[in-house]
Design a protein around this ligand. Structure first.
Ligand SMILES: [Mn+2]
Length: 328
């Protein structure tokens, strides 16, 4: 049990006209360079326009690290107790369990700071928003290397993803995952359910696999995947599946950041260089590279046609419960 004051006296931070009290500001969260909980809060303040755009109005799951990023992790769906009245939530239903949960719904920078006060490092928003949680407005292409896939292969697959998106007339917004992969998000009209978006995402992934069969797998079961291939994880579009948002720090000792990049950067980016220590200066220089994401709406109709065509040719649809049973 920490003695009072062991990690410094509480500090008050300002964001959007609100004051957020941060306790234990001196606790080291990222031991590789020694950044503290206060450094984490200051990081999120430095990128607040970007992180709020990524989280705005979305149900948000929190990955909390009460002892810092090298310690235990708490996956938190429900809003932690003790939130100020201005912190907003969205109520979600989980019919399989007969439960509901009120999840954090970020609408302003101070809510991000308050989550940091609650030891949140990673923000994992839904792909839908509070007005209609059952209708995703974000199609997520998760380019996920298997353990022996070199990053060059991830870069190549991202290039094929871009080529197919261009042919579809879709605008994709790439970012590093903060781990070993790349995510590409596409804003879609929220007029389909999670199942239909996932089916469209699988049809897209199959097209990428057809064009780069030596590099890509869409096999759901890990044992069926080449350990040197890149998996396009279409199941990240399943209901209640979430991945770290743009500008989310990742819970590792280096404090890597899931960082928006341009398509031209894909071939040269070194994800390990993009951390809590380097991203604020990059953000100050470039602004939010995803600032236009809400203005580039894509209609998934052609992907639904691809899915129908694949089904006619004998390809299996994702099984209803498949995403809940896999191991990725
Ligand atoms: Mn991934």
């Amino acid at each position: 049990m920490a003695r009072r004051g062991e990690f410094g006296e509480p500090v008050e931070l300002q964001a959007g006209g609100r004051t957020v009290r941060l306790t234990s500001p001196g606790r080291v969260y990222f031991p590789a360079r020694g950044e503290t909980k206060l450094d984490l809060a200051r990081y999120y303040l430095a990128v607040s326009d970007g992180i709020v755009r990524a989280l705005r109005e979305r149900p948000c799951m929190l990955h909390r690290f009460p002892d810092g990023a090298a310690g235990r992790k708490v996956h938190q769906k429900r809003l932690p107790r003790g939130a100020p009245e201005w912190v907003e939530t969205v109520r979600l239903h989980f019919p399989r369990y007969g439960l509901h949960a009120d999840e954090l719904c970020v609408t302003e920078p101070a809510a991000v700071l308050w989550a940091v006060q609650m030891s949140t490092v990673e923000f994992h928003p839904w792909n839908s928003r509070r007005a209609d949680p059952e209708s995703p407005d974000e199609w997520r292409i998760d380019i996920d290397p298997m353990p022996r896939a070199p990053f060059g292969r991830v870069r190549r697959v991202a290039g094929v993803v871009r080529e197919v998106l261009d042919e579809l007339g879709a605008v994709g917004w790439p970012k590093t995952s903060g781990g070993a992969g790349i995510h590409v998000y596409v804003r879609i009209r929220p007029d389909h359910g999670h199942g239909e978006v996932r089916r469209a995402a699988l049809a897209f992934a199959r097209e990428v696999e057809r064009r780069a069969p030596g590099d890509v797998t869409t096999a759901w079961w890990r044992r069926d995947r080449d350990p040197a291939a890149v998996f396009i994880d279409y199941n990240q579009n399943a209901r209640d599946h979430t991945i770290a948002s743009a500008y989310s720090v990742r819970g590792n000792p280096e404090g890597t950041v899931s960082t928006p990049i341009t398509w031209d950067e894909v071939d040269g980016v070194e994800p390990g260089d993009l951390t809590i220590a380097t991203v604020p200066a990059r953000f100050a220089r470039l602004g939010d590279l995803h600032a236009g994401i809400d203005d580039a709406l894509f209609d998934i109709a052609p992907l639904r046609e691809w899915a129908d065509r694949d089904a006619r040719e004998g390809a299996a649809d994702p099984a209803p419960g498949e995403a809940d049973r896999g191991d990725a």
